[in-house]
Every structure is written in C-alpha cells, then in structure tokens.
Design a protein around this ligand. Structure first.
Ligand code: PSV
Ligand code: MN
Length: 424
C-alpha cells in the first residue's frame, strides 16, 4: 500500500494546534532549536529487510498477517515507514535472504519511495540448501580451506549485489567461534579469519567500507572469534583504512559501558556503523529505547561529541541502522517506535551544554556534570522531533496516523492473514 500525501496533510491539520502549543517553549529558544530541527531532518536511519516480519524465538513464531512476501513488498513497507516519518530513507539487505533478481528494477522501485540502499549483509551463519560446504564449525575461521573459500566467495558475491544496488558498505557478522573449551585453536582461528577477511577487503570497491560486527556470544557459547570491540578493532586495523568496527547495541556482555566503547572507537577513527536495538539480558532485539533510554542518550552524547571533534557529518559519516526482531508487536509499529526513540536520544544529545560539561569535568565536579547531562535527558524534545517531521512532509505523529489508517488491516487485505515474510 502507498500512503497518499493528502492523508498526511489532513491528519497533521487535526494535530497542528496541540503541536504548536507544545512547540511554543522552543519558539523562544530559536537559536537552540533550529539547528537541532535541521539535523533531525537530515538524520536517516536504515531499516533492515529482515525486520519487517515477525521474528519469533527458537520456541515459536507468531506471524501477524500482512507481512511482506517479497523484496518488492519489503521495499513498499520501508517506503511506508519513510512516508510516515521521513526518517527511514534507507533499506539494508541480507543476502541470500533478499537477492535482487533484477537490481535495476529494485533500485528504481526503492527510488520511487525515496529510499537508498544501506550496507549489504553477508550470511555465513546458516547453510543454504544448495551449499557444497557447511558452516557448522565456522566460515572464515574454518579449518578446511574449501569452507573458507565458499564463505569468501559469498562475501564477494554480496559486494557485487551491493554495487548493482548503489550500496557502499558490506557488513560482515560472523557467528564463528566455539561452544566448548579446547574445541578451537584461538590463534589459528584468528589468523584464518584475518586472511579470509583480507581477501574480502581486497574485493571492495575504492569508495566502499567494510564493517566488522562483533558479538559476545550466541550462537557460539564458549568463544566468539569476533567477540568484542577489541577484536573487531584489531581486525579493522589490520585490514586497512576502509575497514571499521560496527557496534550492535545488543552484542555486549551485561553492563558493558557502550558509550565509552563508542567514544574510543570514534576517537580512533574506527567506528563505522551502528545496529540499534535494546535489551534487558542479551541480544534481545527489543525496540530501541524501550529498556534503557538513558544509555541510548549517553551513547548519542558520545557520538555527537566524537563526530564534532573529528569534524564529521552526523548524517552521512557513520552507518545508522536498526537491527531488531519483533515477537509480540506489529513490526512496522515497532520500527516507528525505534526510529522515534533514536531521534529523541539524538536531539537530547544535541542540546547538552558541552562547554559547561567540559568545565565541570576539568573542575572534577561530578555533581554538576550529572546535572548538565540529566538536564538535557529530562528535556522534552518530542516537539522538536515532531516539527522536523512536519517540515520534512511527514506525519506529526506517525504511529497515530498508522493506527488511524488501519494500515495493518489494509496490508492483511492486500497480502492475506497468513503470510510469512521471506528471509529469516
Ligand atoms: C546477529 O545477531 C545480527 O546482529 C547481525 O547483524 C545479523 O546480520 C543480524 O543480527 C540478523 O541475524
Ligand atoms: Mn546486528
């Protein structure tokens, strides 16, 4: 289904008075508000093609109906999100879950929705039906060169798909590791992974980036070959200037100080991209900002600070993506909530009084430092986010309009109640 711009305009008209009342505080703070609004308009968060259907767990899956049955329908869903919020202007594909058979047509379709292709993702964590070799004991780290070859070729194939779509980055997430002590020679696994990655890196076009994503555990439960930011950083450094670390918020051990990790990686010029989600225990893939919104704000505070320190463009110099799975929510509603939570954290980080914070730090005054941070965190920036949406032609309240238009019911009408999304 395609959203008619008229319905956005009509809906916004019904919300306008309330919006302007909430925005009135900010109209006195123009110098502070205007740059934030512009940055919010520019800031786009990519949607992964695998987050448009119900994920489920290994215990069960409860599909919600109207789920996209093809890549074309996934693009339509992201187009719908983007029409509602004008902040989801990119889609990220996982190969082979979403192989574009006609890349030109897919590219055109995406462009019609105002979408570009974000990083492409390889998959060497599952065996495909026609595969010669198995990844049961790893892919790029495997003891058998034939398995490593298959995994390397697959990554190169993914780069080719990405080039055809106009993407400019490859994300490599490896499930490689071991489940039991003694199973793996760590040094050999490291060396094999590095030399496999070197071959993939050599196949990258000049203007491409390679993102090395790390994960603390799962599916391997004793060791992960790229298990933390340190190992990812090591691989990225050894590979060269086009390789970066990718931080997925759910891929840390409990209580890890992600904001510090982000600060150091950015400071070293090696932070490449983000996978947003939230978690209570592990890789829970919950809606961004649903469990630890303060942590999300602290992460953005470091991001804004670090990006500014390096003179980087907030919107374009890092890869911003959601990586989530939905078990009980409508995936599209969940994604709208995630995008909004990310925008709120970003806007709050933008209004932190940096000079005062730096003074407090230099004066060793943790009380003042906390006050300054929490002053920003406790400021209601939602009117700014809504205003950015209004100016960009989006809905003042994407979720409200989504529900008012009964979008899910319409999708069920078009696609059926018993659809299962392609991919995962
Ligand atoms: C792995 O847990 C991960 O975060 C990687 O980014 C994958 O590409 C994605 O989830 C989908 O399984
Ligand atoms: Mn991820």
């Amino acid at each position: 289904m395609k959203l008619d711009p008229e319905s956005i305009a009509e809906y916004n008209q019904t919300q306008l008075e309330g919006h302007q009342r909430k925005l009135s505080y900010w109209t006195q703070e123009v110098a502070k508000a205007e740059p934030v609004i512009q940055k919010l308009i520019d800031f786009q968060i990519a949607i992964p093609s695998w987050a448009l259907g119900t994920g489920g767990t290994r215990f069960g899956r409860f599909p919600g109906g109207g789920e996209p049955r093809s890549l074309e329908e996934k693009i339509a869903d992201v187009g719908l999100l983007h029409a509602l919020n004008r902040a989801s202007g990119a889609i990220s594909l996982h190969i082979p879950w979403d192989i574009p058979t006609d890349p030109n047509a897919i590219r055109q379709l995406a462009a019609q929705h105002g979408l570009r292709f974000d990083a492409v993702n390889s998959n060497t964590f599952q065996d495909q039906l026609d595969a010669q070799q198995s990844y049961k004991f790893g892919s790029l780290q495997h003891t058998d060169p034939a398995v490593r070859r298959q995994a390397i070729e697959h990554n190169i194939e993914v780069i080719r798909h990405g080039v055809a779509l106009g993407s400019d980055a490859l994300t490599v997430w490896l499930s490689d590791g071991s489940c039991f002590p003694g199973q793996l020679n760590f040094r050999k696994a490291f060396d094999r992974t590095l030399s496999s990655l070197e071959e993939i890196y050599a196949a990258l076009p000049n203007d491409w980036k390679l993102f090395v994503e790390y994960k603390a555990f799962e599916p391997n439960f004793y060791s992960m070959t790229v298990g933390d930011w340190g190992s990812s950083f090591l691989y990225a450094n050894k590979l060269g200037p086009k390789a970066y670390t990718l931080v997925d918020l759910g891929h840390h051990l409990p209580n890890a100080n992600i904001e510090q990790i982000v600060a150091i990686l950015l400071h070293q010029g090696k932070l490449g991209g983000f996978h947003f989600n939230d978690s209570k225990y592990g890789d829970d893939d919950l809606t961004a900002g649903s469990i630890k919104p303060y942590q999300l704000f602290l992460i953005f505070t470091e991001l804004v600070d670090g990006l500014d320190a390096r003179g980087m463009n907030h919107a374009t110099d890092l890869g911003w993506m959601i990586d989530a799975s939905h078990n009980v929510k409508d995936p599209l509603e969940d994604l709208l909530q995630s995008v909004e939570a990310i925008q709120i954290a970003y806007a709050q980080a933008l209004i932190v009084d940096r000079e005062a914070l730096e003074d407090a730090r230099e004066a060793n005054d943790p009380v003042r430092a906390q006050e300054i941070l929490q002053d920003a965190f406790r400021t209601d920036v939602r009117p700014l986010v809504a205003e950015a949406r209004r100016r960009a032609g989006a809905s003042l309240n994407p979720l409200g309009l989504y529900r008012q238009l009964n979008v899910r019911q319409q999708l069920i009408g078009e696609r059926g109640a018993k659809t299962v999304t392609t991919g995962l």
